[in-house]
Design a protein around this ligand. Structure first.
Ligand code: PLP
Length: 401
């Protein structure tokens, strides 16, 4: 038996509905009654465990999902939010104020990049973007003002791997908080177990898995989550990116099958990546030996859940990438769409979509080429059949001969 199995931790949590239902009841209220005025005051002050005041602060449905996600990440607590950005932005604003500094990976989701590059400077928070795979470069970027080290476990879209244990050591040495966005690798990697202080997910992706909602979560210590929700000074409470209870109940139900889905996503992606590489396509996938961080990543993941469902192919030019994506969509091999973690394969050219916030020169510097296609490999039942059909598309477009 493993010491820490995130899927078992989720499974072990049981919640019943009001009438003995197998799913917990959904709290369909924005406000809550109190029998005494004194209890209301105490709840407002945060002293009444088990009492609810107002649903922007917390609701029973959100707390169920909070608990399940904290159990998954092995943190004391969690706070769900209306989107991934609704988790990232309050977390960083809670940790940093005017004059503070962040050291961030330069290959991160375009929205997070834009927030750090364009928005937080308006509040006097500066960010230095670094190559996160080079620990000496990361450490050299730290200043007296640095408060946070920020990265994605597997970066979007280049699939660079952050050495979380190595970064955690640097963070401890300099008394910084290591914040890790683990959206691409739920269950596979448990950043808090590797030393991260705070773990974030866009629930929109694998965790919900059905592309029907946006959602997010911040997982961390009880103290930090309480600070986010503090009625006087909490960024989540005051900025208000609250998840709706109906949605958190539906995300909770989808979370129940995450372990099965992750295994199939990983199986299918590894299969395709190996086959594509063999025929000479420029393939990036952390499960391939050719990936620069393959060895490191193999020590970070729980092999049961594999190397994940994300891969990239570089087909040379944007024209070829667009033609291939359009043809694959026509053949019902997937959808030309941003986002990830759906049952169907999704593909997009990040340079012109999810990373378009990153200026062209910076895209070139980080190796984000024009012909790059990002794939979120789906749950296809017969992946060899998918492979054969994709090959036909590539031969037709003369990407392969
Ligand atoms: N983090 C990563 C790695 C993402 O890919 C995304 C969205 O694409 C986000 C965060 C933002 O999440 P959301 O769209 O749910 O706000």
């Amino acid at each position: 038996m493993k010491n820490f199995n995130p899927a078992d931790n989720i499974q072990d949590l049981q919640y019943f509905g009001e009438f003995g239902g197998v799913n917990p009841s959904i709290s369909d209220s924005s406000t809550y009654t109190f029998l005494s005025a004194k209890t209301m005051f105490d709840t407002f002050e945060g002293n009444m465990e088990g009492c609810y005041l107002y649903s922007r602060h917390s609701s029973p449905s959100n707390l169920y999902l909070d608990k399940a996600l904290a159990a998954m990440e092995g943190t004391e607590s969690a706070n769900v939010s209306a989107s991934g950005m609704g988790a990232i932005t309050p977390t960083l604003l809670q940790l940093c104020g005017t004059g503070d500094h962040i050291v961030s990976s330069r290959t991160i989701y375009g929205g997070t990049y834009a927030f750090l590059k364009n928005f937080t400077p308006r509040l006097g928070i500066k960010t230095t973007f670094v190559d996160i795979t080079k620990l000496d470069v990361v450490e050299a970027a730290i200043t007296q003002e640095t408060k946070v080290l920020y990265c994605e476990t597997v970066s979007n879209p280049l699939l660079e791997v952050a050495d979380i244990a190595g970064l955690a050591k640097i963070a401890k040495r300099h008394n910084l908080k290591l914040v890790v966005d683990n959206t691409f690798s739920p269950l596979s990697v448990s950043p808090a177990k590797l030393g991260a202080d705070i773990v974030i997910h866009s629930l929109t992706k694998y965790i919900n898995g059905s592309s029907d909602t946006v959602g997010g979560v911040t997982c961390g210590s009880q103290e930090f989550i309480d600070s986010l929700k503090n009625v006087n000074s909490g960024a989540s409470m005051l900025l208000g990116p609250t998840m709706d209870s109906l949605r958190s109940a539906s995300v909770m139900k989808n979370l129940r099958t995450l372990h099965l889905r992750m295994k199939q996503h990983s199986h299918n992606a590894l299969y395709l990546a190996e086959r594509f590489e063999k025929v000479g396509l420029k393939t990036v996938y952390p499960g391939l030996k050719s990936h620069p961080s393959h060895k490191l990543y193999a020590t970070m993941i729980d092999p049961e859940y594999g190397f994940g469902g994300m891969m990239t192919l570089d087909v040379g030019t944007l024209e070829k990438a667009n033609a291939l994506m359009e043809l694959m969509q026509e053949k019902n091999l997937g959808y030309l769409a941003v986002s990830l973690g759906f049952y169907k394969t999704l593909f997009s050219a990040p340079g012109t979509s999810t990373s378009s916030e990153i200026p062209m020169q910076e895209q070139i510097e980080m190796g984000l080429t024009d012909g790059l296609i990002r794939f979120s490999i789906g749950l296809d039942n017969d992946i060899e059949r998918t492979y054969q059909m994709m090959m036909k598309c590539m031969i037709k477009l003369k990407i392969l001969t």
